[in-house]
Design a binder for this molecule. Structure first.
Ligand SMILES: NC(=O)c1ccc[n+]([C@@H]2O[C@H](COP(=O)([O-])OP(=O)(O)OC[C@H]3O[C@@H](n4cnc5c(N)ncnc54)[C@H](OP(=O)(O)O)[C@@H]3O)[C@@H](O)[C@H]2O)c1
Length: 260
């Protein structure tokens, strides 16, 4: 079985840049997302840059059987992951009570369930190759997020789960890191029906920079990788400031629904 780096959410934003970063460091890739056309365009680009062309697996990770199908396809291709990068994810802005409930549950299926299943499914091959697991959380993981309640909660899960695996898997020779980006201009904002607030510009980083920071942090064996100095300061503040104060400041809802 040939070792490959499996990257989810590679059809845009941070995931596409993570694919370029891993390819540039000599990793052979399997790219996963729903939009096969985007994945194939990225695979062509990576091949044009002189790297092996990545395999493309179109998959909707909100589906219960998605990870089992990916595992079966890899087996058929005689590939096994030495690195897994769980990057696919989305958020939704608004009152949790009025946002579409199925969409919010779908967010949990993607951001939490699929990430957990992909993390655990390949543990033996990650260990055999002394590889790694990079899970993309967010600085949203460090506090509750009124206005994006389910999203922030999913990222708190990703951070907690990943830090625990970092400890559990140290003895298996697997590097495990949680990447916590702050604001990054990608398709994320349109999908979440939000705009980056003006203040976010001060700590915003481009997706390629975030990807490189994530790659380097994983390879160094860093447990939690907060991308950028501004976000490190923000994350420390979020960790230690009283939630009672922060919850009002963080509330991203606008208009009549905002409960102040
Ligand atoms: N942008 C930010 O400000 C920011 C900050 C902190 C953390 N993050 C995290 O970074 C990660 C990447 O986000 P991004 O900013 O790069 O956003 P993005 O440009 O919207 O990319 C999201 C990726 O997830 C994939 N995806 C969405 N739903 C999927 C599904 N059901 N099945 C499979 N793949 C799916 C998308 O591909 P398809 O649509 O083709 O399926 C896309 O490739 C997310 O986990 C996000 O929470 C982002």
């Amino acid at each position: 079985m040939k070792p490959v780096t499996l990257i989810t959410g590679a059809s845009s934003g941070i995931g596409a840049e993570l694919a370029r970063a891993f390819a540039a460091h000599g990793h052979e890739l399997v790219l996963v997302a729903r939009r096969a056309d985007r994945l194939n365009a990225l695979a062509d680009d990576i091949a044009k840059a002189g790297h092996p062309r990545p395999q493309v697996l179109a998959s909707d990770l909100e589906q219960r059987d998605a990870v089992a199908k990916i595992a079966a396809q890899l087996q058929l291709l005689e590939l096994e992951p030495n690195f897994v990068v769980n990057n696919a994810g989305f958020g939704l802005m608004g009152d949790a009570a009025t946002l579409d409930r199925d969409e919010q549950l779908g967010m949990i299926d993607l951001n939490v369930r699929a990430l957990t299943e992909l993390s655990l499914t390949f543990v033996d091959s990650l260990s055999r190759h002394r590889g790694g697991l990079l899970n993309v959380a967010s600085i949203a993981a460090f506090l509750p997020g009124p206005g994006m309640a389910v999203y922030y909660a999913t990222k708190a899960y990703v951070l907690s789960f990943t830090e625990a695996l970092h400890q559990e898997w140290a003895g298996r020779g697997i590097k495990v890191s949680a990447l916590c980006p702050g604001p990054v201009p990608t398709e994320f904002q349109a999908r979440a029906s939000m705009e980056l607030p003006g203040a976010a510009k001060m700590i915003e980083l481009p997706p390629d920079r975030v990807a490189q920071i994530g790659y380097d942090g994983l390879m160094r064996g860093q447990r939690v990788v907060v991308a950028g100095l501004g976000n490190k300061i923000a994350a420390s503040f979020m960790r230690f400031a009283p939630h009672a104060l922060l919850l009002r400041a963080v509330d991203q809802r606008t208009g009549a629904g905002k409960d102040r």
